[in-house]
Design a protein. Structure first.
Length: 606
């Protein structure tokens, strides 16, 4: 008879769900239970009804869509042939990850939760809705959810020795170990645990290498500042060359996924904190699996053989604000009683306010946190880092250029600000991009975006203040090749002469009327929503036919095809203000139904 096991499946695009899934695996080990982690599309769906406990960790992308690495499995979930008792054996729970500033908050997790109920799964806890906007981020929902989940699993009595609480003395099997450091470090706690369950060959995951292979090295052609030197923000228009020997195409509305590297200053802080000498940092080693369910780091990123220094530059996220799990794992490996006590305090529910003050409110980086606990950091072995540090995740940027097979452009505003910390706080990817020089290579891939633009014969209404204008430069640049295309763009920025992006290009594009709102060029602030009110009659005329059709087809499935509205930019006040103007013009019911049908589409970020 096979051992009982907890299966953790994650659906993720930026990597947050993967980080959570792997932290759950570690916690299961520390409670003397076993767990295996799979990316959803790597899992054999036919084996799902035979599982004992299945935990789902699911992020939402775009307009309530499933993340790319779970879409194959989701299609299998939706098969009509699956009966209401298909999952009657499994015990399950869902953690949904999202951002409440988005229009369709946690829709992917909610849809999965409803489908599990329809298929007869035993729901051990209600769905948990984690919110990035919470003061402590997703931990606000994660901590109470996982506490209850592990309690329910213990009640099932699947694991004879499972404990109510984490066993601080339980040795963790790290995901990976290094071949090449055998003479330099004691590696015993990185070896495969004898408690780990062996798999039959047919239980091995289906590993799809296509996503790794889709990332290609693009060379920087130019990196131009497009705001004036006296403007507070450094915004860059970066042009990447698409090599002739690879196939990379894109459409208006697509995004470019960019893999950034750590900033030099963060790498230096971490290396000094950990105390690894150059002969260790630069020694060629190989990363191998301890956990047979996990994927190795991509070879294109770190190489078949790598070095610890390469991992610090390209793989471990040193810029991230450290999460509670970081302190938990650092405490686990610490041999300094004073530091261990403080680390455990930050990781505890009672130390929440201290953690917020230390990490979140000050925007402290992981590298800086390592520096603040010198005795613990210098005690760490290289393979411990795989359990303590998260990995750098790719960032998505709307493509700002009209479709081309030879180049692709991004419009990126550098994130930089002050806190009580002495050094400036910097966004990892935007700072990385701002520092790129001609000839530098960056690993990128194209992914479909949230916007679904119609053909050029259909007029469109676009609202894109600031860098939100990027996808509209792409679509109007593409549509201007067709003399029949028409559209209106509402663009807003601070000042006409400091951050009016592409000001010299818009007059050269046919088929687009650009309406500008400069908030600080006069005493009273003017925003895009104010200009939309001024153009109320024209907008009403463009929307009238579709409004009439909507009223006629209200109770039928019907995708509107006239004058769709696209809104891009910060997820703060702007989307709500624009929506209020549309409600004023066409009514609340029309806006509600237009959002459902896709006539109004959003692409916002925090």
């Amino acid at each position: 008879m096979s051992r009982k096991s907890t299966l953790i499946l994650y659906g993720s695009e930026t990597g947050t769900a993967q980080d959570v899934a792997e932290s759950l695996r570690r916690e299961a080990q520390m409670r003397h239970a076993s767990a295996k982690v799979f990316e959803m599309d790597d899992y054999d769906f036919d084996k799902l009804p035979k599982e004992d406990v299945v935990l789902f960790v699911v992020s939402t992308t775009g307009q309530g869509e499933m993340p790319p690495n779970m879409r194959r499995l989701w299609k299998l979930f939706l098969r009509k042939s699956l009966g209401p008792l298909f999952l009657k054996k499994i015990h399950t729970s869902v953690l949904a990850l999202g951002d409440s500033s988005y229009q369709k908050y946690n829709f992917a997790g909610k849809k999965l939760y409803r489908r599990l109920q329809q298929l007869g799964a035993n729901i051990i806890t209600p769905i948990a809705l984690a919110d990035d906007r919470h003061e402590i981020g997703i931990d606000g929902a994660l901590i109470p959810w996982k506490t209850e989940v592990f309690q329910k699993i213990k009640e099932l009595e699947y694991y004879r020795n499972m404990t109510n609480d984490i066993d601080p003395n339980k040795k963790i099997t790290t995901k990976y170990r290094f071949l090449g450091f055998e003479d330099d470090f004691e590696n015993s706690d990185a070896e495969m645990s004898s408690e780990e369950e062996e798999l039959d060959d047919d239980e091995m995951p289906i590993v799809d290498k296509t996503e790794e292979q889709e990332y290609r090295a693009l060379k920087v052609i130019s990196n131009q500042r497009v705001t004036t030197e006296d403007h507070f923000q450094d915004t860059r228009l970066v042009n990447f060359e698409i090599p002739s020997d690879i196939s990379m195409s894109y459409n208006p509305g697509d995004v470019l996924m960019v893999r950034p590297y750590n900033l030099d200053e963060s790498v230096q802080i971490a290396i000094e904190a950990l105390g690894f000498p150059p002969e260790i940092l630069d020694k060629p080693v190989k990363v191998v699996k301890n956990d047979k369910y996990c994927k190795l780091p991509p070879y294109y990123l770190i190489g078949e053989k790598t070095t610890l220094r390469t991992l610090f530059i390209r793989y471990f996220d040193l810029q991230q604000i450290p999460k509670r799990s970081f302190f938990e794992m650092l405490a686990h490996y610490s041999n300094d009683e004073t530091e261990k006590e403080k680390l455990k305090e930050y990781a505890s529910p009672e130390g929440l306010d201290d953690l917020l003050d230390y990490a979140n409110r000050r925007r402290r980086t992981t590298a800086e946190a390592l520096r603040d606990f010198p005795a613990t950091s210098k005690h760490l072995k290289p393979h411990h880092l795989f359990e303590i540090l998260t990995t750098i995740r790719p960032r998505a940027f709307s493509i700002a250029s009209a479709p081309s097979t030879t180049s692709v452009e991004l419009l990126v505003a550098k994130v930089e600000y002050k806190t009580v910390m002495a050094d400036m706080r910097r966004g990892l990817c935007s700072t990385f991009i701002s520092r790129l020089k001609e000839g530098d290579e960056v690993f990128c891939r194209v992914r479909p975006g949230t916007f679904k633009f119609p053909g050029p014969e259909i007029p469109i209404i676009c609202v894109g203040p600031g860098t939100g204008v990027a996808p509209f430069r792409s679509v109007f640049g593409h549509r201007s090749r067709n003399p029949e295309s028409r559209g209106i763009l509402f663009f807003g920025c601070r000042k006409e002469h400091s951050d009016f992006y592409f000001r010299n290009e818009w007059p050269e594009m046919s088929g687009v009327k650009v309406v500008t709102a400069f908030s600080q060029d006069q005493e009273a602030k003017i925003y895009v929503q104010h200009k939309m009110i001024a153009y109320r009659d024209q907008l009403q005329k463009m929307l009238w036919n579709s409004k009439k059709r909507l009223l006629e087809k209200l109770f039928q499935q019907f995708l509107l095809s006239e004058s769709p509205i696209f809104i891009a930019g910060s997820s703060g006040d702007m989307p709500k203000a624009v929506t209020s103007v549309l409600e004023m013009i066409c009514g609340e019911e029309w806006v509600r139904e237009a959002e459902k049908s896709g006539q109004i589409q959003f692409e916002t970020w925090s």
